[in-house]
Design a protein. Structure first.
Length: 158
C-alpha cells in the first residue's frame, strides 16, 4: 500500500476551535485542520508548525500531539497516517490564504455535516482532550466509512 505521512494542527481558544474551509486540492469544500504532507528532513511536529504558518499565517508557540489517525483508501490502495496536534499557544490570528478560509466554531457547534465523515467519530474525543489512535477504512471515493477502530492511549509515538 502506498503510504503518506501527514500532520494536522488545530487552533483552540476559549472553547472554540479553528476549522478552516479547504479551498482547493484534496478535501476541498470541507472544514478541517491546517496541515499537509511531512516534507523530507522535517519532523512531523515541524511539519504541523510549518503548515500552520503557510496556511493561516499563525505561529505555533507550543503544540501537543493528541492523536494518530490511519486512513486506508480501499479502492486506490493508498494509506494516509495523520498526526493530530492541539495548539492553544500561538501568535497571530488566522488569515485567509489561497488554500484555506479560516472559521472559528464553539466546540459544541462543529460543522460535522461539512467535515470528513470520520470526524464525527473522533473529533469529539479530540476536543475533550483525550489521546487516542484510530484507523478508518474508506470503501470508495465519496468517502464511505467501512470498518474503524478508536482506542485511547497514554502515549503517542512519533
Amino acid at each position: 500500500m502506498d503510504t503518506t505521512v501527514c500532520s494536522q494542527i488545530y487552533l483552540l481558544k476559549q472553547a472554540q476551535v479553528s476549522l478552516p474551509l479547504k479551498k482547493r486540492g484534496f478535501g476541498a469544500g470541507w472544514h478541517n485542520g491546517y496541515g499537509g504532507k511531512v516534507e523530507s528532513g522535517e519532523s512531523i511536529e515541524q511539519s504541523a508548525i510549518r503548515e500552520l504558518k503557510e496556511e493561516a499565517g499563525v505561529v505555533a508557540k507550543n503544540v501537543s500531539k493528541r492523536a494518530v489517525l490511519t486512513f486506508n483508501f480501499i479502492n486506490s490502495g493508498k494509506k494516509t497516517i495523520s498526526h493530530i496536534y492541539w495548539c492553544e499557544d500561538f501568535a497571530g490570528e488566522p488569515v485567509e490564504t489561497e488554500e484555506m478560509q479560516p472559521f472559528w466554531f464553539k466546540f459544541a457547534e462543529a460543522p460535522y455535516e461539512k467535515m470528513w465523515p470520520d470526524d464525527k467519530l473522533w473529533f469529539p474525543k479530540f476536543l475533550a482532550g483525550e489521546k487516542f489512535e484510530a484507523e478508518f477504512e474508506f470503501l470508495d471515493d465519496k468517502p464511505t466509512i467501512g470498518k474503524y477502530n478508536i482506542k485511547n492511549v497514554d502515549y503517542l509515538s512519533n
